[in-house]
Design a protein around this ligand. Structure first.
Ligand code: GLV
Length: 372
């Protein structure tokens, strides 16, 4: 089916030529805000008011009642190119009965592998090592000077949040002979955890790994107190939204539970970590280091305490890049790429697939608004 109905779409960002072309091949009139920065909210409202049928958004856009009100007669779908959707007010979307979609699954492995690499980078001091070479400060090979890193093999990691990405991180860590402590305030996948334990036992029995390793769910205190690495994989949930918020889950108190030799890895959402408290912990060396891909405010402001040169050797910072692999971001295949999945979500809704029932459409988040 093509664009017999004259569907119009506004995208607040480029999503790459292949997926944009797929929408245009469907005959849709696609207008793209070239960016690369996000458009002002007033422009999004203006476009929605002008009667677009579909709105493609990124996690930088605040999508709330103002936007849904502007589109209440015409807007049929908000398609977000991200798995996280804390920028979209779900209650407002439901009030206006406008479905919104996300791109779960296709970025799971890319995000988990990046989290793993970040962990290696901070623990094995890869950035410091490269700087030494580049800046001609490498005096001589030496058994332990000018510094050493910490291994991950054989160590214990706490996985905070065992949704898709947390489980993928578990899989990668188990391949590095790590012991794994899982904590999730909402959801426990015992089947997966038991499967990983079976794989660990088999690897040990067959001599593939030298030491026995273990995986189990524990309470948060035990996870934080025991782990050599703490990796965060929870969605951002504000106190106004739930009884179990994740906002500032890592704070002065929880940081104090961590070992002085432990590292924090965050690829989830910035506000899950109280950055001021983290910078203080890094400065006072009450933890060993942190690798962060997400921040309370993005891009990271110049006056962020995380940019303090005094903690630069133990603080690795990235530009919200964990899902930033070519295929993961741009593939037009909805089973592989975020862009492909975003385009497919728009097509599903505008072309009335699944009998036109958003509750049955795979990428719709707020299915509850359409339950019969
Ligand atoms: C990235 O952070 C995403 O939610 O996809």
């Amino acid at each position: 089916m093509t664009n017999e109905k004259g569907f119009r779409i506004f995208a607040t960002s480029r999503i790459g030529a292949p997926a944009e072309n797929r929408l245009r091949e469907h005959g849709y009139d696609l207008e793209v805000f070239e960016g690369p920065e996000a458009p002002p909210k007033s422009l999004i409202i203006e476009k929605v008011k002008s009667g677009v049928d579909g709105l493609i958004t990124t996690l930088r856009d605040r999508i709330d009642a103002e936007i849904f009100e502007a589109g209440k007669e015409t807007l049929k779908v908000v398609a977000q190119i991200a798995v996280g959707f804390d920028n979209i007010n779900r209650a407002d979307a439901n009030k206006y009965r406008i479905p919104f979609t996300h791109t779960a699954d296709v970025l799971t492995e890319a995000t988990a592998e990046f989290a793993f690499f970040m962990m290696g980078m901070v623990a094995r001091k890869m950035y410091e090592s490269e700087r030494l070479v580049r800046e001609q400060r490498w005096p001589s090979w030496h058994p332990f000077l000018p510094f050493l890193g910490d291994e991950v093999t054989g160590k214990t990691i706490a996985i905070i949040g065992t949704g898709r990405i947390g489980l993928a991180m578990i899989k990668k860590c188990s391949g590095f002979d790590m012991n794994i402590l899982c904590y999730d305030p909402a959801y426990q996948n015992n089947d997966y955890v038991n499967g990983i334990q079976e794989v660990m036992d088999l690897r040990y029995a067959r001599g593939i790994q030298k030491e026995k390793t273990a995986i189990k769910y524990v309470e948060v205190e035990e996870a934080l107190r025991t782990a050599d690495y703490v990796s965060i994989h929870v969605p951002l949930l504000l106190p106004s939204e739930t009884e179990k918020p994740t906002y500032h889950f890592i704070n002065e108190k929880t940081l104090k539970l961590m070992k002085p030799t432990a590292y924090l890895i965050n690829t989830s959402r910035g506000p899950v970590v109280d950055e001021k408290a983290l910078a203080k912990a890094l400065k006072e060396k009450t933890i060993a280091g942190a690798a962060l891909d997400v921040f309370e405010k993005e891009p990271l402001p110049a006056d962020s305490p995380l940019l303090d040169p005094e903690i630069a050797d133990r603080t690795r910072l990235f530009h919200h890049f964990a899902s930033g692999g070519q295929i993961t971001r741009l593939s037009v295949d909805p089973e592989k790429g975020m862009a492909g999945r975003t385009a497919q979500a728009v097509i599903d809704i505008l072309e009335g697939r699944y009998d036109g029932d958003p509750a049955r459409m795979p990428y719709v988040v707020n299915k509850e608004a359409f339950a019969k």
